[in-house]
Design a protein around this ligand. Structure first.
Ligand SMILES: Nc1nc2c(c(=O)[nH]1)N[C@H]1C(S)=C(S)[C@@H](COP(=O)(O)O)O[C@H]1N2
Ligand SMILES: [Mo]
Length: 387
């Protein structure tokens, strides 16, 4: 793999583009980048980084993280029915179902509501080794979902709030011996209490600029602390109902099968993909002369963290340093580790994060009884060779 020189202007540009002045967060605390800082290639990565890109997908090259917030043209993108083009002028967000006052809001009306900002990072629940690039961190501008739901007035019978996107596709819905071909919208739901909690957010801007088409223009839902699938893009309908919503991407697709030993007995449960599981991974290693620096990422559900540690080969776990620019509750957290005494030859580096409740990021072996590939938050040992 070709040596990649880390460019000063990438790191500087990241600062400006992230609009740090607006959010007033502490400065990016990566050690100053020297002119001769070079990337040390991982030997466990494909070359090129993403050899078979799908046409409507984008994967973040996590080796190039250049600031606390991911630039919109690098933000990963994933969707099941392609990328619709929603006309901003004709756009209406409808609120219907068990509400006192059904609504049909234009983009202008939404943007005239009291706006707020939230730093929220997320990953797709399918994000995994070796790329780990279905992840990113955004500074979102919009309105709290609760403000819109309060305007509509949820009736007491409402138990779920359903979110539908403008994107749709034909699905086979199977029932016993029958198969129905129907055109469905992408949809997800939240329980009433979660929908009315302070966090869920209707975003119309990312890092200070209108949402791009890939990121759900003109309006998307962001549920801070949850996996990406909750963040319905191209949002057109919010529907309050008493019944459970069982759309494909709610009830059939985003499910995890886990075995747990309860009272000495293996019990298998299927759960919905909701809050992000505690995870860290090493994104890159750079070198200036003989000094090596490790940069990594932590994602979780917003529970405060206790520590992030890095282990080299069979050595002890050593503390890494959290970046203060990413300390907001739902931001992804970046960390660095000064690898002082790297010796020539092959090495394995791994990180692990522990949260304030004492939960420790599991090893791959400890996740053996998680049978579906979603929600892989296992520790990820990476390989490289020091020349
Ligand atoms: N309308 C719509 N919203 C969607 C999806 C989709 O297919 N359609 N995919 C979801 C999934 S699985 C993920 S991981 C995130 C990805 O968000 P991003 O493309 O902004 O990174 O969008 C979610 N929102
Ligand atoms: Mo996803």
């Amino acid at each position: 793999m070709a040596t990649i020189r880390m460019r000063r202007d990438i790191l500087r540009g990241g600062l400006a583009a992230a609009g740090l002045a607006i959010l007033d967060v502490p400065a990016w605390a990566l050690p100053p980048v020297a002119q001769d800082e070079v990337l040390v290639p991982f030997t466990d990565l494909p070359d090129p980084f993403n050899p078979t890109p799908a046409p409507d997908r984008r994967i973040l090259d996590v080796r190039k993280i250049s600031g606390p917030f991911t630039p919109p043209d690098q933000f990963f993108t994933i969707q099941h029915y392609g990328i619709p083009d929603v006309d901003r002028a004709a756009f209406r967000l409808r609120v219907s179902g068990l509400v006192d006052r059904p609504l049909s809001l234009s983009l202008d009306e939404i943007m005239h509501m009291r706006s707020a900002e939230v730093a929220a990072g997320f990953e797709c629940s399918g994000n995994r080794r070796p790329l780990q690039g279905l992840s990113g961190n955004g500074r979102w501008t919009g309105v709290p979902l609760r403000a819109v739901l309060d305007r509509a007035g949820l009736k007491p019978q409402t138990r779920e709030v359903v979110f539908l996107g403008a994107d749709r596709g034909e699905e086979n819905v199977e029932f016993r011996t029958q198969t129905f071909k129907v055109v469905q919208q992408f949809g997800r739901s939240l329980p009433r209490d979660k929908a009315m909690s302070p966090e869920p957010f209707l975003a119309y801007a990312l890092n200070g600029a209108p949402l791009t088409r890939n990121q759900g223009s003109p309006v998307r839902l962001v549920v801070p602390g949850w996996y990406g699938v909750a963040n319905v893009k191209w949002l057109t309908d919010i529907h309050a109902q008493e019944d459970q919503y069982l759309g494909k991407y709610q009830a059939r697709w985003y499910r995890t099968l886990r075995g747990e030993t309860i009272d000495g007995d293996m019990k298998w449960t299927e759960t919905a993909v909701t809050r992000m599981q505690l995870k860290s991974f090493i994104a890159r290693v750079t070198r200036v002369g003989t000094r090596h620096t490790v940069l990594g990422v932590v994602l979780n559900d917003g529970t405060p963290l206790k520590s992030v540690e890095v282990r080299v080969d069979d050595g002890p776990w050593q503390p890494a340093t959290m970046d203060p620019a990413t300390s907001a509750r739902y931001s992804w957290k970046l960390f660095t580790f000064a690898w002082a005494d790297a010796t020539p030859g092959p090495h394995t580096l791994v990180s692990r994060v522990t949260d304030a409740t004492g939960k420790v990021q599991p090893t791959q072996e400890e996740l053996e009884n998680k049978k579906t590939f979603l929600e892989d938050n296992s520790q990820f040992p990476r390989k490289l060779t020091i020349g």
